[in-house]
Design a protein around this ligand. Structure first.
Ligand code: GAR
Length: 210
């Protein structure tokens, strides 16, 4: 099983869905560590309640991004982490850190990328008038929300939606998609090669779940 760290900044609902999925005996990854850049992240207690070691590394305690990322790297190395999963982690990582983890770090973003990179995606989807919205799991590259796409799920935008009703519809899909995408990657069904995702033979079986 691949040793996985989940990085969070907030409530950690995606983290919980990953922890629960990883309890299945045949799941190809184990969640061994949860880290938050915010000491007050509600997800830290949720991780501990699930029996996962969870630590805050307060980014405010470091003079710059490189210092924070070095502390992060030390924790990850200490725990023998092989894959990083960003789940509502709202801190920009340095290019050097991202490049060190190329092909071994994924993120979930609450839009159908390449639409609506950045924040406030649900408000912007409503503003743009799109009739389909959703979420995307992608490999992390230095450019924000621009990495190769591993998996996506779409939801309709319904008449009368506001950001709350729309995000509630999207998060249901996030909780389903992210564990499936992590299983695909940890199980060798998808690999990053030459800046593109290559889906391997194993992906054909896992594909039904995504
Ligand atoms: C999720 O909707 C996730 O897609 C989004 O933050 C939320 C975290 O919720 N991530 C980003 O916007 C990344 N830029 P959670 O803490 O309950 O998983």
């Amino acid at each position: 099983k691949k040793r996985v760290a989940i990085l969070i900044s907030g409530r950690g609902s995606n983290m919980v869905s990953l922890i629960e999925a990883a309890r299945a005996p045949d799941y190809p990854a184990e969640i061994v560590l949860v880290l938050s850049n915010r000491p007050d992240a509600a997800g830290l207690d949720r991780a501990r309640a699930a029996g996962i070691p969870a630590r805050a590394i307060d980014h405010k305690a470091f003079p710059d991004r490189a210092g924070f990322d070095a502390a992060l790297q030390a924790e990850l190395e200490g725990a023998g982490i092989e894959l990083i999963v960003l789940a509502g982690f709202m801190r920009i990582l340095t290019d050097a850190f991202v490049e060190a983890w190329a092909g071994r770090m994924i993120n979930i973003h609450p839009s159908l990328l390449p639409l609506f990179k950045g924040t406030h995606t649900h408000e912007r989807a409503l503003e743009a008038g799109v009739r389909l919205h959703g979420c995307t799991v992608h490999y992390v590259v230095p450019e924000l929300d621009a990495g190769p796409i591993v998996a996506q799920a779409a939801v309709p935008v319904l008449p009368g939606d506001d950001a709350d009703t729309l995000s509630a519809r999207v998060i249901v899909q996030e909780h389903r998609l992210y564990p499936a995408a992590l299983a695909l990657i940890a199980g060798g069904g998808a690999v990053l090669e030459g800046g593109r995702v290559r889906f391997t033979a194993q992906a054909r079986d896992a594909g039904a779940a995504i």
